[in-house]
Write a protein that binds this ligand. Structure first.
Ligand SMILES: Nc1ncnc2c1ncn2[C@@H]1O[C@H](COP(=O)(O)OP(=O)(O)OP(=O)(O)O)[C@@H](O)[C@H]1O
Length: 469
């Protein structure tokens, strides 16, 4: 301590008052204990930073608090044992992180009188550092997404990915693109089969058109004439002849989406086209050669359909020469931020409005399982873009299904428990997980006890018996 020549405390009372003011207004937590670790004095900041409730400090020594796992560590305990100054970084149960320093005060015989503990909250500092790091990562993801968008040009033909898994699939697609064999694209709805088909066509160097038809969306009797075309008079109403989609796709690509819905009679016809590359219009007498690439896609289990005799085995083998399975988004989570930034960028350009996404919102989007895959993600980003205020997408604006991922995780995990346990153990597991979750969501033990509607000593006992640190 430094003292100027002007300092003169008139008596001990005045000095005590001065020290009390310093003690109670300090932003650092301060706690003084005796040689047995019993707390003698502490300030408000100590309670706020550590989250240890006053009645615990008043009744339990630092050793007992550590033993009961009320605090993860204690520099005071180390100082009592060694009579040396100790500093430790502690992550308290309330989520705060602090540098906890204990200094011994020794008497003339080098015996320990008191330990002075100082707790400096570094949560915000670390949080700022973490956010800075995240912002750096986000902006580099942004940058990479932008570079990708800029180099590949047309927005609508983009396949956005960052995962190694998609990288391998896209490389394979690029290799497949250059030959003429049929390609079968498999994967859940919304994973990007359509986008992949477009990409393959764009990479193929084929000069003709990319023609898409959804085999499940057109009634059977129309589908045949759509695909093969017809000659004048082929059926009532055929007043003129018309080219079919196969012919239109000459020198290009035809994309048969939902191939599993192709009616059985048409499956034979498609097989013939695949075998000889020739088509004959309805009512036509001659067939003509077409040079088209066939890409088929489905989210059904075609092999199961073959077994159930709902899909021809020979056609399945013919289509399945080159197949690509696009994994669901939840199996390639690195793609999620890249897709989010890609869609945000598109919207920013369209609406000429800058948009930022807060870290916790981004984290929630990355944790979510996306049953509707990229299609669902695109809709969520678009909805959030329009709902947000002040150019920031926040966690609260996300759909409830995404916000609740964390909350539903616990019952789901329990639902997935396949071993049968004695009831007592099962209840204990649940209690442990539940208390840990509420501890995470609250700042102090008191708040946690209030949420659980138990008193704090019950909570302390439970934590101890369940081995919660
Ligand atoms: N890798 C990707 N990059 C950019 N956009 C994507 C990507 N994957 C999917 N999308 C977008 O997600 C939406 C759904 O994709 P797509 O229609 O290709 O899925 P799908 O697998 O063909 O679905 P379905 O089986 O229902 O037809 C589209 O708007 C598409 O632009």
């Amino acid at each position: 301590m430094y003292q100027t020549k002007y300092f003169q405390a008139s008596d001990n009372h005045e000095l005590a008052k001065l020290l009390t003011t310093i003690f109670s207004t300090s932003h650092d937590g301060l706690a003084i204990c005796d040689r047995n670790g019993y707390v003698l004095l502490y300030n408000e900041a100590y309670l706020n930073i550590t989250g240890v409730p006053a009645d615990i400090l008043n009744n339990f020594s630092f050793m007992e608090q550590k033993e009961m796992h009320l605090v993860p560590d204690s520099s005071a305990v180390r100082t009592i044992l060694t009579k040396q100054t100790h500093s430790v970084v502690i992550d308290y149960a309330n989520g705060r992180q602090a540098i906890n320093t204990a200094t011994p005060l020794l008497d003339a015989n080098q015996e320990l009188l008191f330990v002075v503990g100082n707790v400096r909250d570094v949560t915000e500092l670390n949080q700022l550092q973490k956010e800075l790091e995240e912002t750096r990562q986000i902006s580099s993801a942004y940058q990479r997404a932008l570079e990708h968008i800029q180099t590949d040009g047309d927005f609508d033909e983009q396949i956005i990915y960052r995962s190694g898994l998609m990288h391998r699939i896209a490389s394979l697609a690029k290799r497949f693109a250059t030959n003429d064999s049929p390609i079968l694209l498999l994967g859940e709805s919304g994973v990007g089969k359509d986008v992949m088909a477009n990409y393959i066509h764009a990479q193929s160097g084929r000069t003709g058109e990319f023609i898409k038809i959804n085999c499940g969306a057109i009634p059977e009797h129309l589908l045949e004439s759509e695909l093969f075309g017809y000659e004048k008079g082929a059926f009532t109403g055929a007043s003129q002849s018309k080219e079919g989609l196969f012919e239109l796709a000459d020198r290009g690509t035809i994309f048969l989406d939902e191939i599993g819905d192709l009616p059985f009679p048409l499956q034979v016809k498609l097989l013939n086209v695949l075998q000889d590359g020739r088509i004959r219009r309805l009512g036509g007498k001659t067939s003509r050669q077409v040079n088209m690439r066939i890409i088929a896609a489905t989210n059904s289990d075609l092999e199961a359909m073959v077994e159930q005799k709902r899909f021809r085995q020979d056609l399945f083998y013919r289509l399945n020469v080159l197949s690509l399975t696009i994994p669901p988004l939840r199996e390639r989570r690195e793609d999620i931020p890249a897709l989010i930034f890609y869609y945000l960028k598109k919207l920013e350009w369209k609406y000429q409005q800058e948009m930022r996404i807060e870290t916790d919102a981004l984290e929630a989007l990355m944790d979510y399982d996306w049953p509707g895959n990229t299609r669902e993600l695109k809709n969520v980003v678009e909805r959030s873009f329009h709902m947000c205020e002040n150019g920031r997408i926040t966690f609260d604006q996300l759909p409830a299904s995404i916000r609740n991922t964390q909350q539903t995780a616990l019952p789901l995990q329990l639902a997935k428990m396949d071993e049968l346990l004695p009831l007592k153990e099962a209840v204990e597991r649940f209690e442990r997980a539940y208390i840990q979750r509420v501890l995470k969501e609250t700042d102090t033990m008191q708040q946690c006890a209030d949420k659980l509607q138990v008193n704090i000593s019950t909570l302390v006992r439970k934590k101890r018996s369940l081995g919660i640190k």
